[in-house]
Design a protein around this ligand. Structure first.
Ligand SMILES: *[C@@H]1O[C@H](CO)[C@@H](O)[C@H](O)[C@H]1NC(C)=O
Length: 318
């Protein structure tokens, strides 16, 4: 009898991800919508990486930041959307515990890196606009490389700590997770072992990833806006202001939803809302960022036109 129980417990526990509810009629529609979003996200981000890597005019710190951001975003939406697409199509929403933990870790690593990278980018813009005379001294390739690798390293360490705690959790049987990907709190909620400490730890660690970056980013953009308001020409001012405010809006949505989802206490009333807010930073941010940061930019438009005419020339030769 005891043997049976033990075996039962060790027969591969599994997670069932509920996704967006189980309305059968909706699954195909959701599949189409998310497929389009995924293709658009990948196309936008990969285009930026290719442009920056191939066009020497774009070999500046700002574009290195943008290309790294695009790389990161195409990776992290790939950790989530393809799996969702498969389960929309096949109705199979079972995930192994190990698979879930891998998704959790990769996603956590990428999103925390993004938090730091966005901060570094806002600092770069702050230097370019508010300290233009010192820009080339303060922001050279070495500093740029240090900021980028620092972002990845910091995020790696934080997520490694979290992972060590997640691996201590004990899961039994089939647990139903009411979410569309393996996120930290939903997983901790279905553990058989006590997950109280680890939830506190996750609040602490996500605070480290979001609150200081958010404050620095807001401050940088605040200084930039003040500087822009001092520009005498109205057309230049308007353009700079619109660029800057759109950046400010997307970073606020990004950090704001992260803070709501990971730092506000976990209560039943907020659960549905948190699931909805997760869509913002997992799916909408990677879709919108290339448009807001790069594709509206004149230098990028020029590079795009050049690349397009090169392609056309190639075809002529063929
Ligand atoms: C990311 O940043 C590094 C350091 O500046 C740069 O060398 C690299 O080309 C960037 N990555 C991409 C994909 O552009």
């Amino acid at each position: 009898m005891e043997k049976m129980e033990r075996r039962n417990e060790t027969t591969t526990p599994e997670f069932i991800l509920l996704g967006f509810g189980d309305l059968q009629e909706l699954q195909f529609l959701l599949f189409v919508v998310f497929l389009i979003i995924y293709i658009a996200t990948m196309a936008g981000n990969i285009l930026i990486v290719i442009l920056v890597v191939t066009d020497p005019h774009l070999h500046t710190p700002m574009y290195f930041f943008l290309a790294n951001l695009s790389c990161l975003e195409s990776c992290y939406c790939s950790t989530i959307i393809p799996r969702m697409l498969v389960s929309f199509l096949t109705g199979n929403n079972h995930v192994s515990v190990n698979g879930c933990i891998v998704q959790l870790w990769v996603f956590g690593f990428l999103i925390a890196s993004e938090c730091y990278l966005l901060t570094a980018m806002s600092y770069d813009r702050y230097l370019a606009i508010c300290k233009p005379l010192h820009y080339s001294v303060l922001m050279n390739f070495k500093v740029c490389l240090q900021l980028i690798s620092g972002s990845f390293f910091g995020s790696f360490v934080i997520n490694l700590i979290l992972l060590l705690f997640v691996l201590q959790l004990h899961f039994c049987g089939h647990s139903v997770i009411d979410h569309f990907f393996c996120d930290f709190i939903p997983i901790a909620n279905v553990a058989c072992s006590d997950a109280h400490q680890i939830k506190l730890l996750s609040v602490l660690l996500t605070s480290i990833c979001t609150l200081p970056p958010f404050s620095i980013t807001i401050t940088s953009y605040g200084c930039i806006i003040i500087a822009i308001l001092g520009i005498p020409s109205t057309t230049g001012r308007q353009k700079a202001f619109s660029t800057c405010s759109s950046h400010l809006i997307v970073v606020t949505i990004f950090y704001g939803t992260l803070i709501i989802v990971y730092i506000l206490p976990d209560s039943n009333g907020l659960r549905e809302l948190k699931k909805l807010f997760s869509v913002f930073y997992t799916i909408l941010t990677p879709l919108i960022n290339p448009l807001i940061y790069s594709l509206r930019n004149n230098e990028v438009k020029v590079a795009l036109r050049k690349a397009a005419s090169k392609c056309a020339a190639c075809k002529h030769v063929d």
